[in-house]
Design a protein around this ligand. Structure first.
Ligand SMILES: C[S@@+](CC[C@H](N)C(=O)[O-])C[C@H]1O[C@@H](n2cnc3c(N)ncnc32)[C@H](O)[C@@H]1O
Length: 275
């Protein structure tokens, strides 16, 4: 692949998704884009880049971008945010009118495990009837899978406690389907974090985990600022283990003693909530 082809593809993915593809990632283009090259009868990456530079390339551009996202996810990923959520949801519920549904955003939701983990936490707390989860992701493929709510044996073995598997999933051959009750609590939509997030409304809790790591600093700042605009004044933001707001924005402050948990700056911090 020529340097120009790499620049074209990396530039496209950065412009469309905010994702930075360093030159050290050029090795993955062949593997990730192999299927698309066959589908579009393009012999190599130079031909892909040439087509992307030409007219009527929107469908290919979207497909290339999706193919270069990393979609790994699993139930109750990292554990701690969900332990914190277990303490925070009752407090948030108590401070909202009864008719208020607690709105949780799973931004960059991938195949839905994060959103369904939130639903299972709310169920365990007796708060399911007060919950609404909205999951959004750039990739139409993962959103379709999240909506289906069907997972392999391997996927349900990663992080999902067995009693939750038994309670909330039904076995279908070698697959496991999320229960209609949990499915009904979550809505999954395609959505780009670089787009206008205002139509999503306001959230009591935002999960935005393991996606900022793919962005450059200015994109991280832009996305964090848009999320701050979407968070209720006493709401909570969860970031991934390798992510932080430090050096990017002052709109969030970390919740003392709680790694990866943030509140809006200058608002009551929920870190003191006892177990
Ligand atoms: C590694 S997964 C994280 C899934 C989940 N949040 C978790 O922590 O398990 C990253 C996801 O971010 C999505 N993504 C990447 N760039 C995005 C963007 N600009 N807008 C929305 N989603 C994006 C990818 O499609 C992918 O599904």
């Amino acid at each position: 692949m020529s340097g120009t082809a790499f620049e074209t593809i990396a530039g496209l993915v950065h412009a469309r998704a905010g994702i930075v593809l360093g030159a050290d990632k050029s090795y993955m283009l062949d593997t990730r884009l192999g299927g698309l090259m066959r589908e579009h009868a393009l012999p190599d990456l130079d031909a892909v880049a040439a087509k992307l530079r030409g007219p009527a390339s929107e469908r290919l551009a979207a497909a290339v971008t999706e193919a270069l996202t990393t979609n790994e996810s699993f139930f109750f990923r990292d554990g701690k945010p969900f332990e914190h959520l277990r303490r925070v949801l009752p407090r948030l519920a108590a401070t909202r009118p009864l008719g208020h549904r607690l709105r949780v955003l799973s931004a960059a939701c991938s195949t839905g495990q994060e959103g369904y983990s939130v639903a299972m936490v709310a169920d365990a707390l007796g708060l399911a009837s007060r919950l609404e989860v909205v999951g959004t992701d750039l990739s139409t493929d993962v959103v379709r899978r999240a909506r289906e709510g069907v997972y392999s044996q391997f996927e349900v073995q990663r992080g999902l406690p067995v009693q939750m598997l038994v309670k909330h999933f039904k076995q279908e051959g070698t697959q496991w389907r999320i229960s209609p009750a949990m499915r009904a609590l979550a809505r999954f939509e395609t959505g780009n974090l670089l787009a206008d997030l205002r139509p999503l409304g306001t959230f009591d809790v935002i999960f935005c985990r393991n996606v900022l790591i793919y962005f450059d600093a200015s994109t991280k700042t832009r996305v964090l600022s848009a999320l701050a605009d979407r968070l209720a004044p006493d709401g909570v933001l969860y970031l991934g283990g390798a992510e932080t707001v430090l050096g990017l924005t002052t709109r969030f402050a970390s919740v003392e003693g709680e790694r990866g948990v943030y509140a809006l700056s200058h608002t009551p911090v929920l870190g003191s909530v006892s177990a």
